[in-house]
Design a protein around this ligand. Structure first.
Ligand SMILES: Cc1cc2nc3c(=O)[nH]c(=O)nc-3n(C[C@H](O)[C@H](O)[C@H](O)COP(=O)(O)OP(=O)(O)OC[C@H]3O[C@@H](n4cnc5c(N)ncnc54)[C@H](O)[C@@H]3O)c2cc1C
Length: 389
């Protein structure tokens, strides 16, 4: 179902569009932006290629920094059973470990539950949905034409790109990072393990990668890891890799021995790129991973996705509520605010990942953290933001 609107900003041509805003991708960033915008009176269509609910490859640790903002949108995570996490355990390839209280803490909730909760809230407030893949977006001077796999062309005044790390759309838009092959892949499964502590998130190193362990709302423990292709290729498949490489870290070895997998097959994703991206491209306002991906060890990608959706939504609300801001000014403001909020965190994440993947350096880091517990707090603070509401 579409709505017709007649748009009359003085310095833009008069254009009849189907929606004020089309959001491409209904993950965390896209759904958050859609809810925020509709609550402020805007007409929004989300185009998502997959049916809800579904599982996603993710560490499933959400930083508390976005919890107050989600509450403001009436998206409570505790009410869905999210578990409170206050402690981090970090271990080296050989299983030497250190624990530290997390300065801000977070919650454990599966993406299956989290994304579905947002989807239901979005439907409740009146966001329109189309299940299909966006194949291309054309900017026509003052409005967008969005082409979908259902052979539909839908028009909007603004378009938010919230389609995640990598998509056919990146090729269609000829984004520069898509030209380069990435050397990272990720694997995830849920497990049953009775006595896994609820309040703890584990970050465990192994040769060529690292993995996170934490509990989710339904009692399952999520184990999700990032691995380099080089290290994975030698093992040939996930089972061998888990046995020959991942399990060399005694924490992970014991976990994989004792825990029972929930999914028949683990979920995997490939070609994970950490290369810089543009926050606005072809006039599309990029949110979440579409604008830039922080290294997963930081446990902050979801919070960044939600925060970037808030920044974009606030500017769009401002634009439609009579401000004199032009499209160009809105885009410039978004880029500036995005950089201010996230550029430093991404830089820190890159440095920490370099250290973590070098066994000698990560040993030194672990010893330093053991002697100076405040160091871990400092590192967490460098890769996280302050609570937003
Ligand atoms: C291994 C790993 C572990 C991680 N662990 C954590 C963690 O513990 N904590 C944390 O905070 N972050 C973590 N992250 C990061 C986090 O998963 C992402 O930052 C977050 O999912 C970004 O949300 P998003 O909305 O930008 O993208 P997504 O959640 O990926 O949503 C994008 C949506 O767009 C849809 N889509 C794609 N292309 C199209 C198209 N052409 N048309 C229509 N729809 C489309 C997809 O189906 C998807 O639903 C991890 C990342 C990795 C790789």
């Amino acid at each position: 179902m579409q709505v017709g609107i007649f748009y009359t900003k003085p310095y833009l041509p008069r254009v009849k569009c189907d929606y004020e805003i089309i959001v491409i991708g209904g993950g965390l960033a896209g759904l958050t932006a859609a809810i925020h915008l509709v609550l402020e009176g805007r007409s929004v269509l989300v185009i998502e290629k997959n049916e809800y609910p579904n599982h996603k490859v993710c560490g499933e640790y959400v930083s508390n920094e976005v919890v107050p903002y989600l509450k403001r949108l009436d998206v409570g995570l505790q009410e869905k059973g999210a578990v409170s996490i206050q402690e981090l355990q970090f271990s080296t390839v050989r299983g030497v470990s250190v624990k530290s209280k997390l300065p801000l803490g977070g919650v454990g909730i599966s993406r299956y539950a989290f994304d579905h909760h947002l989807f239901q809230r979005a439907q409740q407030v009146g966001v329109h949905f189309l299940i299909g893949q966006v194949n291309n977006v054309l900017f026509k001077d003052s409005y967008f034409e969005v082409n979908t796999s259902l052979n539909e062309t839908i028009t909007s005044i603004f378009t938010i790109g919230a389609y995640g790390k990598r998509s056919v759309l990146d090729k269609a838009l000829d984004r520069s990072f898509i030209q380069n092959k990435s050397s990272w892949m990720a694997v995830k499964n849920h497990y049953h393990l009775e006595d896994f502590p609820e309040h703890l998130v584990g970050l465990h190193n192994f040769e060529g990668g690292y993995g996170g362990l934490s509990k989710t709302e339904n009692g399952a423990v999520n184990f999700c890891y990032l691995a380099s292709y080089d290290s994975f290729q030698k093992a040939g498949n996930i089972e061998n890799y888990n046995q020959q490489v991942v399990s060399k870290n005694p924490f992970l070895g014991n976990f994989l021995k004792e825990a029972q997998p929930v999914f028949d097959q683990p979920l995997t994703i490939a070609q994970i790129s950490f290369e810089p991206k543009q926050a606005v491209e072809n006039h599309i306002i990029m949110c979440g991973d579409t604008a830039g991906l922080i290294h997963p060890l930081c446990g902050n990608g979801m919070a960044m996705a939600i925060h970037s959706a808030k920044i974009a939504s606030e500017l769009l609300v401002d634009f439609f509520s009579g401000s004199t801001m032009t499209r160009e000014q809105l885009e410039k403001n978004y880029i500036r605010k995005w950089k201010k909020a996230f550029q430093k965190r991404i830089w820190w994440g890159r440095q920490l990942q370099k250290i973590l993947l070098k066994p000698k350096l990560s040993n030194i880091l672990l010893k330093a953290v053991g002697k100076t517990p405040g160091l871990l707090n400092f590192m967490v603070k460098c890769t996280h933001g302050k609570p937003i509401s």
